[in-house]
Design a protein around this ligand. Sequence first.
Ligand code: COA
Ligand code: NAP
Length: 282
Amino acid sequence: MVLAACSRPRRLWCCQMSPDAPCYDGRGKTVLVSGGTSGINRGIARAFAASGAQLFVLSRSVEKVADTVAELQSLGSHAAGATADVRRADEIDAAFAACADRFGAIDVLVSGAAGNFPARAKDISSNGFRAVLEIDVLGTHHVMLAGYKHLRRPGVIINISAAASFRPMVGQAHVCAAKAGVDQITRTLALEWGPEGIRVNSVLPGPIEDTEGFRRLAPTPEMKERRLANVPLRRAATSAEVGDLCLFLASDRASYITGAVIPIDGGASLSLPADLLEDALG
Ligand code: COA
Ligand code: NAP
């Protein structure tokens, strides 16, 4: 299902990093965010909308897509969206075609859909492991292939990963495997597509306020407090801070950065105890 774009005038460009040092001018640019209808990815979509870009978001829930499109439009962005499950190549192709019909080529592609639940490996069924692998790894592949067809050259791809890609963690065998896969896709495609002018990088958020991922990994106030006590900067970040990093990566100021795996986690990946989830696992 495709949701129509609005024809409201866009807000003038602004940059979240500093009014004196613009990092990304989104005017005339198209940004597609897969899984862009909640949490961190929605914050990234908001940041690009504020930069003047037109936005296309996709995810499974028609309500979440409609709500996000309405919010981005209220920020003055031309915005549209479609429902699609990243596990389904046909649905992803159709969503990207709808984006192309509406906005033409894509300038920036953010791939952020993911699945996570805390469970010891012995308690993860074949289907549970497959669900996370298929959303994160196969889903990223589907989004990358569709993106390759529709990305302008030069173009920018940002994959949303996690420190689990390189830090093992009790209760996260499926996610550690999946996010390692995502980062290896980033590095491999940076090699394959660099000569065509496509930069591909991974962004690895740490604990981010008001997000499903953080709630699943720290479901009680006590666990949240303990988690943040292990972060060198002693706080969670906001999705707007992740948005700022993505604006930078999309900008010409990042013109020589590709194949990079960049944590934005207040140092959490340096100090995270591997058994942090023990209490949540029982
Ligand atoms: N512990 C163990 N197994 C679990 C589980 C948990 N907490 N939650 C789900 N599963 C298992 C299910 O039992 C099922 O396996 P089974 O068929 O052998 O019983 C399997 O995972 C798939 O679950 P289902 O709900 O059918 O899959 P789905 O495709 O609808 O959803 C998930 C995928 C499970 C990843 C779901 O949590 C999701 O949609 N997540 C997206 C949002 C998210 O995770 N946000 C955080 C991102 S960091
Ligand atoms: P979230 O709010 O649950 O966002 C996940 C998004 O992906 C939603 O828009 C969801 O929408 C969509 N989605 C899920 N499965 C999908 C599928 N199969 N097909 C299409 N869309 C799908 O999670 P979040 O916590 O903000 O996390 C966002 C990203 O940051 C993820 O990649 C996550 O791994 C990463 N991350 C988060 C944290 C954190 O603290 N939150 C830390 C490290 C990394 P629908 O339900 O409509 O499909």
